[in-house]
Design a protein. Sequence first.
Length: 147
Amino acid sequence: MKRIRYVSEFSTQLSSEDIDRLAKASAANNRRDHITGVLLASGRVFFQLIEGPDEAIDACYERILRDPRHTRVHALGVEQGDLHRLCPDWAMNKLDLSHVTESRQEAIRALLSVISQHRDIIEDLTGVLERVMWRELIEAEPVATED
């Protein structure tokens, strides 16, 4: 079994009805493919956990990466092996915080915001690391090898 957690941004503004339709279509596909999971929407950010057979999860994640409703998809974690399902009864459960004003939801919205901001920082730092690495490799003297 495999489990993937990811965040992404909406490529365009989605209404609550759009998110409902997305969750219902995902639930139907997931039942067919023996996938379970949960989708959280807040502002313009998705957080999703999907779990199921390895091949089905790989195919599902590939569809997510190609889905025009998502942009900046970033895997937060991938687990594989002898796992117990975290969402055994949910083909796709949905929580849409986009229009919820309850104070208990503020913490979840704040966490998603921080995760999204850290993704930006990680991407920026990775770019710096790559540029430094290439510069060092280009400027480095060739290493002599013994025959």
